[in-house]
Design a protein around this ligand. Structure first.
Ligand SMILES: Nc1nc2c(ncn2[C@@H]2O[C@H](COP(=O)(O)OP(=O)(O)O)[C@@H](O)[C@H]2O)c(=O)[nH]1
Ligand SMILES: [Mg+2]
Length: 444
């Protein structure tokens, strides 16, 4: 889902480098790419403009957190802004009225009928007794479609002929008689926005006590999404349901619709089956749009668990080109403090250098061995790795229950990391070290 946008953002942000405070030119360059990525993802251009300015305000002058790379810091800001823009999490259907009346509106093919049965099942899971009303009279097949679904799922169903507002009123009376407390109105759609349809929907709303009017919109809708949102917004909306998220590779519609209607996205359709409906979750959607769920989880965890003082200290030493085994140990422990190891190493400053030494091994086990070896060293050996000769290696190996070859590998890992640090740190200061750290990113 939304892979393309996520990948594009990742590629875009790769170019941002730097540590300390994010530099204005990096922010500009990064945001330019984010803008392009969003436009290509078919987010409406006005929405993009607005979004970019908000992210800019959020990150200008922000200090890059120890343990994060500059791109990760920007991703964090983009994500936070996305969550805000998406308007928080939905709590599901709002029940109220006798009965609760949910009116579904939207273009033809957007998924209204499919969503009607999905909502009926959801209401039933919530302990309610739903009734489905077929109000799409333009196409006889539409009524049959809903009737078939209702019968299959054993949901009460009402249809009729005549003006839609009369059928809707009859459906509500029927629900009251049968003791159904939720009525879902499946209205007609059009291929395009159409005045006649809007009039019909307004009449319908005026005639019956609608609890909520929800716009059903296809997530593949591109620039059109804003027009659709605004047009249906005129009849008065209480929320949006985004369908076909299972097939969408872009995700722009979520942002556009939210922005155009001012309403929350309440549900997400994730398939053709009646069970394929999720209550909308802003964080989940944002991470889907970014396509970086794992990275975001990690950023959160780094934020919470990295000992910032320690991280700064290790970074300073690396920059000076001197990395003791105590620093190495601190790194490893920080990694382990964060939980499952796989993937974690990628995210830490210098983690990649450690990981390259572990290629093809059981990482967790290997890190535990590294830790054991370092703990078998004397304080002097840890601070001055160059002291470790053959005799010391054998003693360390014995003390930690490994082979001397393992001690050799550990020594090489530290040397490799120090060499990289020297190379980058010595040459071009901040940006160089950041590049080293940036190499720790998930492929970018
Ligand atoms: N993959 C997928 N297909 C969907 C989803 N919602 C609806 N559809 C399909 O979209 C098409 C149109 O849906 P329908 O409910 O008839 O749209 P309506 O004209 O608005 O009532 C049908 O083929 C549905 O199976 C969804 O969330 N995921
Ligand atoms: Mg339909």
């Amino acid at each position: 889902m939304f892979e393309t946008l996520g990948e594009r953002l990742a590629a875009a942000l790769k170019r941002i480098s730097g540590r300390g405070v994010l530099r204005p030119e990096d922010v500009d360059a990064g945001l330019r790419e984010v803008r392009m990525a969003l436009l290509e993802a078919d987010v409406n251009f006005k929405v993009v403009k607005d979004f970019i300015e908000r992210v800019r305000a959020r990150i200008t002058g922000v200090e890059i957190a120890p343990g994060l790379t500059a791109p990760q810091q920007v991703i964090k800001a983009v994500n936070a802004e996305l969550v805000d823009l998406l308007g928080g999490n939905s709590e599901g259907l709002r029940y109220g009225g006798t009965p609760t009346v949910v009116m579904l509106v939207g273009l033809h093919g957007s998924g209204k009928t499919t969503t009607a049965i999905k909502l009926a099942l959801l209401a039933r899971r919530d302990g309610h007794r739903p009734l489905l009303a077929a109000l799409d009279l333009r196409r006889p097949a539409a009524i049959d479609q809903l009737r078939t679904l209702a019968e299959r799922e054993k949901v009460a169903f009402h249809s009729g002929s005549g003006p839609v507002e009369q059928i809707a009123a009859a459906a509500i009376r029927e629900a009251q008689r049968l003791d159904n407390d939720v009525v879902i109105l499946d209205t007609a759609g059009r291929l395009h926005i159409d005045g006649e349809l809007m009039d019909e929907l307004k009449r319908l709303k005026a005639a019956v006590a609608v609890t909520e009017t929800l716009l059903v919109a296809d997530s593949m809708t591109g620039q059109e999404a804003v027009k659709v949102g605004e047009a249906f917004g005129n009849i008065g909306l209480d929320g949006v349901i985004l369908t076909k998220l299972d097939g969408d590779a872009r995700g722009g519609a979520a942002l556009s619709l939210r922005n155009a209607t001012g309403q929350q996205i309440r549900f997400a359709g994730t398939g053709e089956k009646p069970q394929d409906l999720e209550v909308f979750h802003a964080e989940r959607m944002a991470s889907r749009i970014l396509g970086m769920g794992d990275v975001l989880t990690l950023i959160e965890r780094v934020d919470q668990s990295v000992d910032k003082e320690k991280a700064i200290e290790v970074e300073r030493r690396m920059r000076a080109g001197h990395l003791t085994f105590d620093d190495f140990l601190a790194q490893i422990r920080q990694v382990r403090g964060m939980g499952p190891l796989e993937g974690m190493l990628d995210m830490l400053p210098g983690g990649k250098a450690v990981k390259s030494q572990l290629a093809g091994k059981d990482t967790e086990l290997e890190v535990r061995r590294m830790e054991a070896m370092i703990l078998s060293m004397t304080a002097r050996e840890r601070a001055h790795p160059e002291l470790i000769d053959g005799a010391r290696k054998r003693r360390i190996a014995r003390g930690s229950g490994v082979q001397p070859a393992d001690v050799n590998r550990l020594i090489k890992a530290r040397e490799a990391m120090q060499k990289l640090a020297k190379q980058f740190g010595g040459r071009s200061g901040k940006a160089g070290v950041a590049r080293l750290f940036g190499q720790g990113g998930p492929g970018w």
